[in-house]
Design a protein around this ligand. Structure first.
Ligand SMILES: *[C@@H]1O[C@H](CO)[C@@H](O)[C@H](O)[C@H]1NC(C)=O
Ligand SMILES: *[C@@H]1O[C@H](CO)[C@@H](O)[C@H](O)[C@H]1NC(C)=O
Length: 460
């Protein structure tokens, strides 16, 4: 794969623009579409499912890394003659879209031939169309008009296009091959600040509104409305839809926040603990966003955090490497670091504690918040959010989400995590590969769609 350009060029921040975020009407609107965990709703939806069959799960191998690629992605097959596409895994936005030959006005060079729509436009009367447009902005004069969309990301990249519906063949964990028809965006006009070539064909939107792929699968009774990802610090990992791979114990859960940020996956306000000591930083409004490679704290918290890190490094054999432009803050040792193992002992762990979750703790080891640059320096994967206009929102991006299974459970409205090795599926060591149900499903997946992946590739 091509990874040209400077190291900052794939800095993907994918929370939607802030103007949308603080419109109360849009927050309220999203609430209406959301499943509430009330007893009656749960009972009726499970009754609906039992009438068909129990929902299953889908597992995808993940590729990518924080540095140098700057993203984690999966391969999805789309169409009646399924073709592969690489999609950037994004829990910070809802709509899935592909760069698209509709024909294309502005597309980057992508890894696969552009998707071509063929008489599969979604009408503007479709409820999914309403959910991708702001209520004040949703024009639908004739019910059978096409449904246009226009999304902008926090890094000011954007995609403009039209909604289409097509088949997504998915191998589920019970062995069946499902072929749901799902709605996604055919993006014929993209703007991205940096690159003319893109490492993916589009974005896999996994937020919690009606348009997201996971909501659509759940509305069709095929999987539960649960998403989980595990990004390996060394590259790779896995993604799942449904709850079959949620570990039965050991997961730290915290309720999803119900404030204006509830459009995003937010565990509510956090407190910052560094090296086991309280830092006095409290009330960080956080959002979990797998579409953002780095983590962003707003200026005040960022300042506190970097001062603590710097102070803690006094007297240690590390010097700031101001000549390394990889990220804003890098340190060099007496000789270049080959891996994070050479340097992690000099840094302390960082902990976020969430009051909504009875002080549920997200423990972050130095190997998760640092990256080793191509110059052999250790760079801080936490950046100044104020610099990119994030104001009060703090984005927990891939740098802090690595080496854990992170679960977004929209059924129970909670977010959970558990530290693990992401180069193998949960429970794989319990009984050996041969008897592992998901292992078998993986081989089915690769028979059906060859050359996808095999676990272990990325092991160090
Ligand atoms: C497997 O699960 C799917 C739902 O996810 C269901 O439609 C299908 O019938 C199930 N297959 C079997 C063999 O149980
Ligand atoms: C963060 O960025 C803002 C806006 O560019 C700047 O004013 C502030 O000084 C920066 N904070 C730190 C700690 O670098």
């Amino acid at each position: 794969m091509e990874t040209k350009g400077s190291t900052m060029s794939f800095l993907v921040v994918s929370v939607l623009v802030l103007s949308a975020m603080f419109q109360d009407c849009s927050a309220a609107f999203n609430l209406l579409n959301r499943k509430k965990p009330s007893a009656s709703a749960a009972a009726s939806s499970s009754a609906k499912r039992d009438a068909k069959s129990a929902p299953s799960s889908v597992v995808f191998p993940v590729r990518g890394n924080v540095y140098p690629e700057g993203l984690y992605y999966v391969t999805l097959y789309i169409g009646q003659q399924p073709k592969p596409y690489y999609l950037d895994i994004d829990t910070g936005s809802d709509l899935t879209w592909l760069q698209c030959d509709a024909p294309c006005v502005s597309c980057s060079q992508v890894p696969h031939p552009l998707y071509r729509p063929k008489n599969n436009l979604v009408y503007c009367q479709d409820p999914i169309c309403a959910s991708v447009n702001h209520p004040g902005n949703h024009k639908c004069e004739r019910p059978k008009d096409q449904c246009d969309y226009d999304i902008e990301y926090a890094d000011h990249g954007s995609s403009l296009g039209v909604l289409v519906k097509d088949e997504f063949p998915l191998r589920v964990t019970n062995g069946s091959l499902l072929k749901p028809h799902l709605v996604f965006g055919c993006g014929y006009d993209q703007e991205f600040s940096t690159v003319s070539s893109s490492p993916t064909d589009g974005v896999l939107g996994l937020g919690n509104s009606k348009s997201s792929i996971i909501s659509q699968l759940s509305d069709q009774g095929l999987t539960r409305n649960v998403v989980g990802h595990c990004f390996d610090g060394q590259g790779g990992g896995f993604l799942f839809f449904g709850d079959d791979l949620v570990p039965p114990s050991g997961v730290v859960w915290t309720p999803m926040s119900r404030n204006p940020l509830n459009k995003y996956y937010s565990p509510g306000p956090a407190q910052l603990i560094f090296g086991g000591q309280h830092t006095g930083v409290k009330g960080l409004m956080t959002v979990f966003d797998s579409g953002s490679s780095y983590t962003y704290f707003n200026s005040k918290f960022y300042q506190t955090f970097i001062s603590l890190v710097r102070k803690d490094l006094t007297g240690k054999p590390l010097k700031e490497a101001r000549d390394d432009q990889t990220l804003p803050i890098c340190w060099k040792g007496t000789k270049p670091f080959k891996s994070i193992r050479d340097v992690k002992e000099h840094f302390k762990p960082l902990t976020l504690s969430f009051s909504n979750g009875k002080n549920a703790r997200l423990e972050i080891l130095p190997e998760s918040y640092l990256i080793i640059s191509s110059h052999g320096n250790a760079c801080l994967g936490i950046l100044n959010g104020t610099e990119i206009g994030l104001q009060d929102i703090n984005i927990i991006g891939d740098t802090l989400l690595r080496d854990k299974i992170v679960i977004y459970d929209n059924e129970k409205r909670q977010i959970g995590w558990i530290a693990t090795y992401c180069n193998r599926l949960p429970n794989e060591d319990r009984g050996g590969k041969a008897s592992h149900p998901y292992g078998i499903d993986f081989s089915i997946l690769s028979d059906q769609y060859p050359a996808v992946y095999s676990f272990g590739d990325d092991a160090v």
